[in-house]
Design a protein around this ligand. Structure first.
Ligand code: CP
Length: 315
């Protein structure tokens, strides 16, 4: 695998291999010294044109735990402010010697464009409304770990709730959960759905809340909305928010997930720290292992663990 840009491009076999590899990385992360020499001599550059807390910091942590060198490009203090183009920015950084770019950009398709301008591997850390494949991978890993579903998601009922229209997380999760065999239902008002979807849709959270294994709440992306798509946030919460009453109706084993950052009081109208099924902090923790797996797959010994002592702790 040269790039990691979308779940569709990656395919089911590679997704499953990455999830297995993430198990090895999670084991590394539990060690007292969670650092291995696997990517010594490699350089990973984070290029974020949009804000991020989880994705940027977990990629940085993942690269460091694998002993890669890291570079961080901050658009606000870069020559982009003087008008430098995206292409010139990528080619300039590539000229310094970079093995992988981790790119987040507000425009869909930028990871594919960037791959034409450099020989380095490209990892998509979120492009516009299109794709956020490492989020989907960490979401699959979290479900698999929490519900002990190592062989796939056959029969698993997952409801993805909220602003699907603007959500690259939803698009990648629908593909990834579907590849693993889950039954995905979208729960949203028509105004927050894309023009076409290929999974079932219901218009009220109350229609599914009693009978799901995973409740995946999406963030209301107010910064991407150019028009009023819901009458009010209060009404949105009434129909689609996780309220204490709805939380009490979820099956006992059900997981509650959110990609972050959360709008408390909107889609999350209950304190998730009080819900035993909430795995939102586990999602963040698992993001490091999953991103280590992606970096190792692209830059390490070809995804195999048999060459040398790549995952042996440093002495
Ligand atoms: N889930 C997610 O992508 O979060 P950040 O925007 O903080 O990276």
């Amino acid at each position: 695998m040269k790039h990691f840009r979308s779940i569709d491009e990656t395919g089911a076999d590679s997704v499953l291999r990455l999830l297995d590899l993430a198990d090895h990385m999670a084991e590394v992360n539990r060690r007292p010294n969670p650092k291995v020499p696997a990517l010594r001599g490699k350089t990973v550059c984070n290029v974020f044109f949009e804000d991020s807390t989880r994705t940027r910091l977990s990629f940085e942590t993942a690269a460091k735990r694998l002993s890669a060198d890291t570079m961080t490009f901050s658009v606000g203090t870069s020559s982009v402010k003087k008008g430098e183009s995206l292409r010139d920015t990528i080619e300039t950084i590539a000229a310094m010697g970079v093995d992988a770019f981790v790119i987040r950009h507000g425009s869909s398709g930028v990871p594919w464009q960037a791959a034409q301008w450099t020989n380095a591997s490209i990892i998509n850390a979120g492009d516009g409304w299109h794709s956020h494949p490492t989020q989907a991978l960490l979401d699959c890993y979290t479900i698999r770990s929490a519900l002990n579903r190592t062989t796939g998601f056959d029969g698993l009922r997952i409801a993805i709730v909220g602003d699907v229209k603007h959500s690259r997380v939803a698009r990648s999760d629908i593909r990834a959960f579907g590849l693993l065999g889950a039954d995905v239902t979208l729960v949203a008002p028509r105004t927050l759905l894309p023009p076409s979807v290929d999974v079932p849709v219901v218009a009220e959270l109350d229609e599914v809340i009693d009978d799901i294994d995973v409740l995946y709440l999406l963030r209301m992306q107010r910064e991407r909305m150019t028009e009023s798509l819901v009458p009010s946030l209060r009404e949105y919460t009434t129909r689609f928010g996780l309220t204490p009453e709805r939380a009490s109706r979820l099956p006992e084993h059900a997981l509650i997930m959110h990609p972050g950052p959360m709008n408390r009081g909107v889609e999350m109208a209950v304190d998730p720290s009080e819900l035993p099924g909430a795995v939102i902090t586990q999602q963040v923790t698992n993001g490091i292992a999953v991103r280590m797996a992606v970096l190792f797959e692209l830059l390490g010994s070809g995804g195999g663990l048999g060459s040398g002592n790549d995952l042996e702790s440093e002495g």
